[in-house]
Write a protein that binds this ligand. Structure first.
Ligand SMILES: [Mg+2]
Length: 400
């Protein structure tokens, strides 16, 4: 069988680039990508934080998610621009719609990232590298912002490749390049390896991806249990996941994940469910809807499927509230067996929000500023394709 061909296309510095394009379009004389500049939230509110920074602002040591006050102290002549989420949304649509022409197998990974599976199209595109350059240049010429394109035989390596030197580049990371291009990188750079795992690995004397690739599975097993093989595979550039997303029914939103290894550890399932909850809750908020049914979906290693759901007294679209319900569902329905597939489903969607004090956080009344904050959190998380910003309440629960 032919090797797979996967592209990962990633907009360089999406929020700042998109704002730069808008400003230039509106007649602004300066390209804010070339000066010390940031995109920042509203400073008058306590959530005024750095959402994106220009390369020069980065040189001043300005970091994403720090306060505008702290950023300004590092660079007094810093230019701060407000985010324009409506414009970002439009640019994101342009970007994703443009990519759809190349393959039906496309996964919108975040507002500014997509995977395309081009396997089996060699009769249409005789040279994949040429195609990658065409996509990169087309996007720049058509829309005014730049992208990196990673070309590889699987999603993991495509994602790693697009993260090499930026901006406006094409990189390959084929199977035979893993050793030279990926192994020298620090362990933190490995896709899907979080801060806590990196720290454990560093403590074990494993500092580079190459050192992890050659580590002893027995040792890794002691510290990472079922995740050990996954880490070892990742470091070796092995990834079998497919470019596809579960199709959700109209009146429900769901996400499921076939696990790379069967998992029977409840704590590990909690981590996966947290990610999934964040994903579906975000989709719910994007649709400006609320749900009143929350479900967990399982498939065990005998391919038996089952699910457990709860009807809520009040509708919600809050990640933390839904995650509380999910944890409760896990407690009452998980049989302790090896799980092959797990997912979260939100149903009974409605456009109405019943203004009642939540049954989960009875002393924390919802207010609009919390909604605003959640929006910024969503945008940030969308942009980085993960959980960059996790409200403290969930951090606590997720780690406990
Ligand atoms: Mg990006």
């Amino acid at each position: 069988m032919d090797k797979r061909i996967i592209f990962h296309i990633d907009v360089n510095n999406a929020f700042l680039s998109w704002s730069a394009v808008k400003l230039l379009k509106d007649g602004y004389k300066i390209d804010i990508r070339t000066i010390p500049s940031i995109i920042g939230g509203d400073e008058s509110k306590r959530h005024g934080i750095v959402l994106a920074k220009s390369p020069i602002a980065k040189k001043y040591g300005i970091k994403t998610a720090e306060t505008l006050y702290a950023a300004r102290k590092k660079c007094p002549n810093l230019k701060i621009y407000n985010p324009d989420y409506k414009w970002y949304y439009e640019q994101s649509l342009l970007f994703h719609n443009y990519l759809k022409q190349y393959s039906p197998n496309i996964l919108k990974y975040s507002v500014d990232e997509a995977f395309i599976d081009l396997t089996g199209t060699k009769y249409i595109y005789d040279d994949y590298i040429k195609l990658a350059y065409k996509i990169k240049d087309d996007i720049k010429n058509l829309f005014g912002f730049t992208v990196n394109v990673g070309v590889a035989n699987n999603m993991l390596c495509a994602k790693m490749a697009s993260d090499f030197l930026k901006p406006d580049r094409v990189h390959t990371l084929f199977e035979d390049e893993v050793k030279t291009k990926m192994w020298p990188l620090p362990i933190e750079d490995l896709f899907m390896v979080g801060k806590s795992s990196s720290k454990v690995l560093r403590d074990l004397g494993i500092n580079t991806i190459g050192e992890l690739a050659n580590a002893d599975l027995g040792v890794l097993n002691k510290h990472f249990k079922n995740r050990a093989q996954f880490l070892l595979d990742s470091a070796n550039g092995i990834d079998y996941s497919k470019v596809e997303k579960s199709i959700s029914k109209t009146e429900s939103i769901s996400t499921t994940e076939t696990l790379i290894k069967d998992i029977s550890d409840k704590e590990e399932l909690k981590d996966i469910l947290f990610r999934q909850t964040d994903d579906v809750a975000r989709q719910l908020r994007k649709k400006e809807k609320y749900c009143s049914v929350v479900a967990i979906i399982y498939k065990n290693n005998n391919f038996e499927s089952y699910s457990k759901q709860i009807k809520l007294e009040n509708v919600t679209n809050s990640t933390s509230e839904i995650y509380d319900v999910v944890l409760h569902l896990l407690d009452i329905s998980f049989r302790g067996e090896a799980i092959r597939l797990i997912g979260v489903r939100l149903a009974d969607l409605s456009a109405n929000r019943v203004e009642q004090v939540s049954i989960f956080d009875s002393d924390e009344k919802k207010d609009s500023s919390n909604d605003e904050f959640q929006k910024i959190v969503d945008s940030l998380n969308d942009k980085f394709g993960g959980n960059v910003v996790v409200p403290a309440v969930m951090k606590k629960k997720n780690n406990s």
